[in-house]
Design a binder for this molecule. Structure first.
Ligand SMILES: Cc1cc2nc3c(=O)[nH]c(=O)nc-3n(C[C@H](O)[C@H](O)[C@H](O)COP(=O)(O)O)c2cc1C
Length: 385
């Protein structure tokens, strides 16, 4: 008898041949691993992802949208895959903006153990790093089922001591929605971010999120440029401050406005009553030639003051990058592409291993900059020549 492992729910299965389905969570055989090959390290997870994403993403150590990477170098006429829009300039700007920031390394003082714990929308987290809202992994070489992708991200985030967001795309419908299916399976420990669909459709989706006990809801306002949604009969729209206010008032859940890159627009969303401004250019996927997120973040924080929660994402690959975003004004930081690769590589286990690794490097970065706790991450730790 052979032993098998379900990478979504961690169940051990015994059978001669690889089981077609996990008997506990019903994940299909794409998520079931031979017990002997269960990854123990992040590098093993990334090796598995590299194989499954052949031709789409090579899980490079530096994921920055440059032209020597598979996702970007054959951009003409190819589906966007994991790359950036157009020439990939916004994607690269995210990485470059983080690259341009350096720390003041501090070695004197009393020894301490960095405390990474924090609270996000009243939820206690082990560290301020969330899985970003992403969608569509099922379409990459048919690597995994979309609901299992979403479930892996939510479960893996929870097991690492944090929370996951989930995205929305053209093959998600109000009736059959992998993000909401996973929210239900994970007892609402997650935050669905919906595309800027019509107000009526958004209200339907928000009602379901409330029913499943989700912790917040949101809209990626920068998703308004998507053409593929309309092609599949699910049009998206630019939203006015009034539309946002209507949604904020419609739901009892905290509301996240994602995809904000301008201080004035951040202010308008704050005035409309949103709980979180998610500073993001969608990983450079909705428009070419924006500045990097780390460039805009301090300007948005300066405009809004301290009273509102701000998240940032785009090009964050290590705990060092996380600390940079926190020092520039974010309360929490989201990881996009790396979490997709982790879930494709090894489901819940992959996501958990990835996030635990990020926490470890965040602790190291905090220690070496003299940052005792998350609240103390501020611009003083950033080198200014
Ligand atoms: C393949 C892919 C799909 C994405 N889908 C969504 C989505 O459905 N909704 C959303 O709000 N953002 C989506 N994003 C953007 C992420 O939430 C996040 O802003 C971005 O990935 C952060 O940059 P990073 O990938 O460099 O970490 C997607 C990103 C990628 C790479």
């Amino acid at each position: 008898m052979n032993q098998w492992y379900c990478s979504v729910c961690h169940e051990t299965l015994e059978s001669e041949d690889k089981p077609g389905k996990c008997k506990t969570c019903h994940a299909d055989d794409r998520m079931i691993l031979d017990m002997e090959n269960v990854p123990k390290s992040l590098e093993q997870v990334r090796d598995l992802a590299r194989k499954k994403l052949k031709g789409i993403c090579a899980a490079y150590p530096s994921c920055d949208g440059s032209f020597d990477k598979i996702c970007q170098k054959e951009a003409y006429g190819k589906p966007i895959g994991l790359g950036g829009a157009g020439q990939g300039r916004s994607f690269r700007a995210n990485a470059q903006a983080l690259e341009n920031i350096q720390f003041n390394m501090s070695v004197l003082g009393e020894h301490f153990e960095p405390d990474t714990s924090c609270s996000f929308l009243g939820i206690d987290l082990k560290f301020p790093v969330l899985a970003a809202s992403t969608a569509g992994a099922q379409k990459y070489n048919d690597a995994l089922d979309e609901t299992m992708f979403c479930t892996s991200v939510l479960k893996g985030s929870k097991e690492a001591g944090t929370i996951g967001l989930r995205g929305d795309t053209w093959f998600y419908t109000p009736e059959d929605n992998p993000s909401l299916n996973a929210m239900k399976a994970c007892h609402g420990h997650g935050i669905p971010i919906f595309k800027p669909r019509s107000q009526d459709v958004l209200k339907q989706l928000i009602e379901k999120a409330e029913k499943y006990d989700c912790k917040a809801v949101g809209v990626d306002l920068d998703g308004c440029g998507s053409t593929i949604m309309a092609l599949h009969g699910q049009p998206v729209f630019k939203k006015s401050a009034k539309d946002i206010e209507e949604l904020v008032n419609f739901t009892k859940l905290p509301f996240i406005a994602k995809g904000i890159m301008l201080p004035d627009e951040a202010q308008k969303c704050a005035d409309a009553g949103v709980s979180v401004i998610a500073v993001s250019n969608h990983g450079g996927r909705v428009m070419d030639s924006t500045p990097g997120v780390a460039t805009m973040l301090p300007l948005i924080r300066q405009k809004l003051g301290e009273s509102i929660t701000i998240t940032a994402d785009g090009g964050v690959r290590t705990g060092y990058d996380v600390l940079k975003m926190l020092a520039l004004g974010a309360d929490a930081v989201l990881l996009g592409r790396d979490i997709i690769r982790a879930a494709v590589g090894a489901g819940t286990l992959g996501v958990k291993l990835h996030l635990e690794h990020i926490r470890k490097t965040l602790k190291k970065a905090m220690f070496m900059t003299g940052t005792r706790n998350i609240k103390r991450a501020n611009s003083k730790i950033i080198f200014k020549p």
